[in-house]
Design a protein around this ligand. Structure first.
Ligand SMILES: C[C@@](CO)(OP(=O)(O)O)[C@H](O)COP(=O)(O)OP(=O)(O)OC[C@H]1O[C@@H](n2ccc(N)nc2=O)[C@H](O)[C@@H]1O
Ligand SMILES: Nc1ncnc2c1ncn2[C@@H]1O[C@H](COP(=O)(O)OP(=O)(O)O)[C@@H](O)[C@H]1O
Length: 464
């Protein structure tokens, strides 16, 4: 029987939950069985992990998933945890678990993590002894980093004496290996156009809220000066792709012969007002600057980014921010913690055409950071124009508006709703009608790109 490993898809959530239930049956009669029976994987939490690319499935020839591994990153840490790994008992003892484990550890290493942690049972052959065979060693369970997991165990009545925590160190990346980088999406929490410059560009004011969700870019350094995109992106030829253009723009600043192979996983809808292309470009600038040892500072990278698009500088700088000018004059903001339901109306809204719209308000009085902070300034100047021209976006605003104050991001087409908890965001997203696609994301003040860069730069880590 052959199998292969691929990223899990949201439509596999139910199948993966069923695998977990089946795998747990093997514990019948074990002292941990009562708590295993009571506690199961929450499908909505698994769905969020899948949307962030943290779950992989083993799939057999028929397309049926027979096992999965789920990584769980703690904010800002240099270790990543294995939240869950299960294989259908009918497909056990065929190396599927080992392959899933290697795949997850390989990804974690490429993403700059230094260590993989997990909690398991000491007395079950396919638990601690299995992980020990695959490079994990038991660590002090009183270590504070496991306090949360132990507390959860206690709440679930899990036998603490049988619990063991294990870690596997990950070797630093060598030059020439693939590294993996996030390109987060953004929302515009408000947007006002205050004037127009002589070159036709518009002066605006906006707040960029970075999200913990977005695209993923893999990079491998070449030494022949070539830049190759290895992934097909529908309707975006390689030479016009912002990832390729960003790499070429940086090349004159890098050592002779610097080149790159580039792969990307697009999750951010194109032309959605979530800044996907701009974020991809910023990720390539920031990551290749490090991998090539080009040594440019943040100001120089932001200036290069500005040549690719008005939204690139905020992603290069990597802080949620108040923005003026054409979006390049940035003041970092610490925004309150919030979750968002982001809705794709599946309609393309052309940014340039909207900026040209005669009915667009271009002379709004300037807002202030305090008027935004007080909740008084929330409007997006593009909203009436987009509503009138794009009925699907209007319908998305109306549907989401049934749950609270729905807003347009950038020039659209995506719309969003802020919520005070992930549960509330999930509950709204789950009611999304099939004509839209809903995502749930958390707002972050520091970009996941910069968190990743800090990991790659970690002590003893060579990035070039
Ligand atoms: C509206 C905003 C708000 O964040 O976001 P999106 O909806 O694109 O995500 C941005 O200002 C968009 O930034 P970005 O998408 O990078 O724009 P660019 O590629 O630089 O410009 C696309 C076109 O929009 C017009 N444009 C853009 C920015 C601006 N301040 N004034 C403009 O008039 C120009 O006609 C330009 O040719
Ligand atoms: N890597 C890329 N990802 C997305 N779009 C890209 C990319 N490279 C070039 N583009 C082009 O940029 C346009 C704007 O894309 P995007 O930045 O995703 O949306 P928005 O500006 O609305 O936030 C796309 O329609 C596409 O033609």
């Amino acid at each position: 029987m052959t199998f292969h490993i691929e990223r899990a898809r949201p439509d596999q959530v139910d199948a993966l939950c069923a695998i977990e239930r089946a795998a747990v049956e093997l514990f019948r009669g074990h002292r941990a069985w009562p708590s295993y029976r009571r506690v199961s994987v929450p499908p909505e939490v698994l769905r969020e992990a899948i949307a962030r690319g943290l779950v992989w499935v083993a799939v057999i020839g028929s397309g049926e998933p027979v096992g999965f591994v789920w990584l769980d990153a703690e904010e800002g840490g240099d270790a990543i945890g294995i939240a869950e790994m299960d294989v259908l008992p009918s497909h056990g003892r065929r190396g599927i678990g080992a392959a899933l484990l290697e795949h997850a550890c390989g990804w974690a290493r490429a993403a700059g993590y230094h260590r993989v942690d997990l909690g398991t049972l000491v007395d079950v052959a396919w638990n601690a002894p299995f992980y020990a065979k695959h490079g994990f060693t038991a660590v002090d369970k009183d270590d504070l980093r496991f306090a949360f997991a132990r507390e959860r165990d206690r709440e679930n009545g899990f036998p603490d004496d049988l619990r063991v925590f294990m870690s596997r160190p990950l070797a630093p990346l060598s030059p020439g290996e693939w590294s993996v980088w996030p390109a987060p999406a953004k929302l515009n929490l408000f947007l006002r156009i205050t004037g127009r410059r002589a070159d036709g560009y518009h002066e605006l004011q906006t707040v960029f809220q970075l999200l913990d969700w977005g695209d993923e870019i893999s990079l491998r350094v070449r030494h022949d000066g070539e830049v190759h995109r290895l992934t097909d992106v529908p309707e975006v030829p390689a030479d016009t792709d912002l990832v390729v253009r960003a790499a070429r723009l940086l090349q004159p600043h890098a050592p002779a012969g610097a080149g790159a192979d580039i792969e990307l996983v697009k999750r951010i809808p194109m032309g959605g007002g979530l800044g996907g292309g701009s974020s991809d470009a910023a990720t390539v600038l920031v990551a290749l600057n490090w991998l090539w040892g080009a040594g440019l500072g943040e100001d120089e990278l932001a200036d290069l980014g500005r040549q690719l698009g008005a939204d690139v500088p905020v992603f290069v700088r990597g802080r949620s921010a108040w923005a003026e000018g054409v979006g390049e004059k940035l003041t970092p903001l610490t925004l309150p913690r919030a979750w968002y339901v982001v809705l794709e109306p599946h309609e393309h809204v052309p940014t340039a055409a909207l900026f040209q719209a005669p009915e667009l308000t271009r002379n709004a009085p300037p807002a202030t950071i305090s008027s935004f902070a007080s909740g008084e300034t929330v409007e997006n100047t593009f909203t009436p124009v987009v509503r009138a021209r794009h009925p699907r976006v209007a319908a998305a605003l109306d549907w989401l508006g049934g749950f609270g104050r729905a807003r347009l991001s950038g020039s659209g087409a995506c719309v969003f709703l802020e919520t005070e908890s992930p549960e509330r965001a999930e509950a709204v997203a789950q009611r999304c009608p099939p004509r839209f696609t809903a995502h749930v994301a958390m707002g972050v003040n520091t970009s996941t790109l910069h968190v990743t860069l800090a990991r790659h730069r970690g002590v003893g880590r060579a990035g070039k």
